[in-house]
Structures are given as structure tokens and as C-alpha cells.
Design a protein around this ligand. Structure first.
Ligand code: 6PG
Length: 251
């Protein structure tokens, strides 16, 4: 059975962040009610920052029982944790430094380590955390790069085609740097995936990914199209600018 897909277009970046924070809070509440824990994989880049800030606000419906939340990352740049490009640093600045999540619940990809060693260590940590037949990531947050990458699964990269490992390191020529990334093996085993995409510069790639021809298997061209949890939902929250090309057919 292939999973379900839902696309929601919000007026702007702020309403996108509010909707995403509410969706994450709802997923957390359901997971904690069912299993006593919410395992979430954060995405990097810039788009999720406002969502993380909303989650950090103590008010309203997005208040989470942080002691029961396990925080992972979908990918990381191979830089130290205090580097401006670090996805971990962005999440700390916007969220984790402002909420009472126990340090032991924060599972950081060690960007400062040799990349393959960091990937192998992270896989071991996740295999320890996700023991047992029912254990899986409850929610994977993902972004979308202008050329179709998601997490650090880039067009033409080897990590995109991995069928066994959960985490891999890869040199990514288009960003001239090493990345550590979850592979589709782990992402597609998640209960739910939430893409957050904002801004006019993503409009073309959003159309191509959501309305273009879907490849059979993980397409080398559009990695985001290969995100399809067998037993889960892929939900897209996009703002109006990023959704501007939807429904206009292929040119
Ligand atoms: C990263 C992300 C990456 C990101 C997209 C979109 O480490 O950069 O994991 O997949 O989500 O590149 O980035 P923006 O939100 O900055 O456009």
C-alpha cells in the first residue's frame, strides 16, 4: 500500500509556520498518547526557522511535552555545531535553546567528525533509539531544494539510491561540501512526512515534483518525488508564492 499525499497552500510564510507548528504539535500529541514518545526528525535550511520559533513560544496550541520528545535531524552539513551553516545550530537558536527538551533527547549528527564516521555513529544511535518492531520516526520534516533535493539527497547522488543503510555521508558538488543524511530507507519508514516549502523561487520545482511525471523508483532527477512512506502520509505545506505554478500544466 502506498501512503497518502496531501497538499495545503497557505497565504504566506507566517501562516505556513503557524500551520506547520500546529501540525507538528498534533502529531506529537497523537504519538505521545499512543506510545508515550514523539520522535521527530528536524529539517535544515532556512524555511523551518519560523516554524521552530512558533513551536518555542510557550503559548497556544503548539505547547509540547518536551520531556517526551526525541529530536533527530534528517541531515546535517559537515561543519562544527556552532558554525553558521549548521542545521543543529539553527534548530537550537530557533527552538531547542528555548524549550525544556532533555539534552539526552537531542540526537545531533556530529558534523565536526569525519563524515563517514559521523554517519555510521548516527546510524548506530538511531538503531538503538528505534529498537523494536513498532519503533519508527513519527514525523520527518523536509524541505525542498530548487533542484529537487530533500534532506541531503541530491539528484545523481549515491545516498539517494541506498537500499540498506539508514544514514550516509556524501560529498555534494553543487554545494561544494560534505553532508550527512538520512536515506530513503529510513525516511520512507516514517509514520508521516511534512514538507515545508516557501517562496517564489521554489514555484517551478514544486510544480515539477508535485505535478511532473513521477519516476518509477527513486528518480535520480527529483529526489523529493521518492519520498513515499509505505505506511504513512506525505503532507506538503507550501505558501502561495511556492505554489504559484501549480495547476498550470507542463510547459
Ligand atoms: C539542508 C536541508 C535542505 C533544505 C533545502 C531547502 O541541510 O539544507 O536539509 O534539504 O531543506 O535545501 O532549504 P531552504 O529552506 O533554505 O530553502
Amino acid at each position: 500500500m502506498t501512503g497518502r499525499r496531501a497538499v495545503e497552500v497557505l497565504p504566506d510564510g507566517d501562516t505556513l509556520a503557524a500551520a506547520a507548528a500546529a501540525r507538528i504539535a498534533a502529531a506529537a500529541e497523537a504519538a505521545i498518547r499512543a506510545r508515550g514518545v514523539f520522535i521527530v526528525a528536524l529539517s535544515g535550511g532556512e524555511t523551518p526557522r519560523r516554524t521552530y520559533q512558533r513551536l518555542a513560544e510557550a503559548s497556544g496550541t503548539t505547547r509540547l511535552p518536551w520531556s517526551q520528545v526525541q529530536v533527530l535531524w534528517g541531515d546535517e552539513r559537515c561543519v562544527p555545531p556552532d558554525h553558521p551553516d549548521s542545521n543543529y545550530r539553527m534548530a537550537c537558536d530557533a527552538l531547542l535553546d528555548h524549550v525544556a527538551v532533555p539534552a539526552a533527547n537531542i540526537h545531533r549528527m556530529r558534523g565536526e567528525d569525519e563524515p563517514a564516521a559521523a554517519a555510521s555513529r548516527y546510524e548506530g544511535e538511531l538503531r538503538e533509539l528505534l529498537r523494536g518492531p513498532a519503533a519508527r520516526i513519527d514525523l520527518v520534516l523536509l524541505g525542498l531544494g530548487a533542484e529537487g533535493h530533500t534532506a541531503s539527497l541530491f539528484p545523481g547522488g549515491a545516498a539517494l539510491h541506498e537500499t540498506r543503510r539508514w544514514v550516509m555521508a556524501e560529498y555534494v558538488p553543487v554545494v561544494s561540501g560534505w553532508r550527512v543524511t538520512q536515506t530513503l530507507v529510513l525516511i520512507n519508514a516514517a509514520a508521516d512526512v511534512l514538507f515545508l516549502v516557501s517562496g517564489a523561487r521554489k514555484a517551478d520545482i514544486v510544480r515539477r515534483v508535485l505535478e511532473g511525471p513521477a519516476g518509477s523508483g527513486p528518480p535520480a532527477e527529483l529526489p523529493a518525488q521518492a519520498v513515499a512512506p509505505a505506511r504513512g502520509t506525505v503532507r506538503w505545506l507550501i505558501d502561495r508564492d511556492a505554489g504559484a505554478e501549480l495547476g498550470k500544466g507542463s510547459r
